[in-house]
Design a protein around this ligand. Structure first.
Ligand code: NAP
Length: 275
C-alpha cells in the first residue's frame, strides 16, 4: 500500500518513511520525527497483519495496531495534522449477507480485527481531523512486505510449480488493487470530508473464485479445487462474508472504483502477466 501511495503522491511534497526510518512503537521518537516535519497529513500504512500469528502474539499486535495508532492520533491532534489510517474488513463478523456499511456494528472474530478496531476507536476519540479507510484483500505490485508477496503472485507461483491448489470458497470479500485504492485515498483526502470510509473495488467473490479468475486471465490450468474454512482450519477465525459497501464514498460521488475483475486485469497487465 505504502509503495503505491508514494507513486501516486509523487507530485506532492512527500516524506516517505519506511520501517527502517520510523518505529511507530517507539512513541517518543515517532513524536520527535513528526514534530520535526510538522506534516499537513500523516498517512499510516504500518500494521501487524499476519492474521494467524496475531492470535499468539497479542502484545506485538496491539503495540502496532492499537497503541502506536493512539500515539499517532495524539501527535496529529497536537500538531493539527490530518491522520489518514488504514483499517480492515475484519472488524466485521460476517453475519450480514449484504455489503457492510460504515455505520454497521463491528464484531471482529480474531485478535487482528479487535486490535484494528481498537485503533480506529482511539483515532475517533482523539482526533478532530482524520480519515479511517477500511479496505479488504489488498494486492499490489510491490507485494505486502509483512506477508512476503500477495495472493495473486502466490497463486501464479503455485500453478507454475504444478502443485495442487486448494482455496476456500466460503469466505466472500472484495479483493482490492492498492494502486486504485491509493488514487481514491488521495481524492478523498482532498475533499476535507473527514470520517470513516469503506474503500474497496466493486463486486464480490470468494477467494476460490478470485483464484479461478486469476488462472483464467493468465491462461494457467492448475489442479484447483474449492475447500471450506473448516477444512482449511486456519488459526484465526475469519468472517465468511466481509464485503464492504463504499457508502460514504458514494455520498461524495466518488465511488467509481472498477470491479475487482477489471482491477485484477489491470494489475496482471502492469505486472507483465498478460500478453
Ligand atoms: N493486506 C491486506 O489484505 C489488507 C486488508 C485490509 C486492510 N489492510 C491494512 O492496510 C494497511 C497496509 O497493509 P499492507 O498490505 O500494505 O501491508 P505491508 O505491505 O506489510 O506494509 C506494512 C508496512 O508497515 C511496516 N511496519 C510494520 N510494523 C511497523 C512498525 N512497528 N513501525 C513502522 N513500520 C512498521 C512494514 O515494515 P516491515 O515489513 O519492514 O516490518 C511494512 O512496510 C495496514 O494497515 C493493514 O492493516 C491490509
Amino acid at each position: 500500500m505504502g509503495t503505491d501511495l508514494v507513486m501516486i503522491l509523487r507530485q506532492h511534497q512527500l516524506i516517505p518513511l519506511t520501517h527502517k526510518e520510523i518505529e511507530v512503537c517507539d512513541h517518543q521518537r515517532t513524536r520527535r520525527i513528526l514534530e520535526e516535519y510538522k506534516p499537513e497529513v500523516v498517512i499510516n500504512t504500518s500494521a501487524y497483519h499476519r492474521v494467524d500469528l496475531c492470535e499468539d502474539h497479542l502484545e506485538e499486535t496491539f503495540k502496532v495496531n492499537t497503541y502506536a495508532v493512539r500515539n499517532l492520533a495524539q501527535i496529529c491532534q497536537d500538531l493539527g495534522s490530518v491522520l489518514v489510517h488504514l483499517s480492515t474488513d475484519y472488524v466485521f463478523g460476517g453475519e450480514k449477507k449484504s455489503p457492510y456499511r460504515e455505520e454497521d456494528l463491528p464484531h471482529p472474530l480474531n485478535v487482528y480485527g479487535v486490535s484494528k478496531l481498537a485503533g480506529e476507536y482511539f483515532i475517533r476519540q482523539i482526533c478532530q481531523t482524520y480519515f479511517i479507510i477500511r479496505t479488504s484483500g489488498l494486492y499490489g505490485v510491490a507485494g505486502a512486505s509483512g506477508k512476503g508477496g500477495n495472493f495473486v503472485e502466490l497463486m501464479i507461483r503455485l500453478a507454475q510449480e504444478g502443485k495442487p491448489i486448494k482455496v476456500v470458497s466460503d469466505q466472500i470479500l472484495t479483493p482490492t488493487y492498492t494502486k486504485e485504492l491509493a488514487k481514491k485515498m488521495t481524492q478523498l483526502v482532498e475533499t476535507g470530508e473527514y470520517g470513516l470510509y469503506h474503500v474497496t473495488n466493486n463486486g464480490q467473490c470468494s477467494w476460490y473464485e478470485f483464484a479461478r479468475v486469476i488462472f483464467e486471465l493468465v491462461g494457467l490450468h492448475p489442479d484447483l479445487s474449492a475447500t471450506t474454512s473448516e477444512e482449511f482450519s486456519a488459526k484465526a477465525k475469519r468472517p465468511l462474508y466481509s464485503v464492504l459497501e463504499n457508502a460514504n464514498l458514494r455520498k461524495l460521488d466518488l465511488d467509481d472504483l472498477s470491479s475487482w475483475r477489471e482491477a485484477l486485469e489491470q494489475y496482471l497487465r502492469e505486472k507483465g502477466h498478460l500478453k
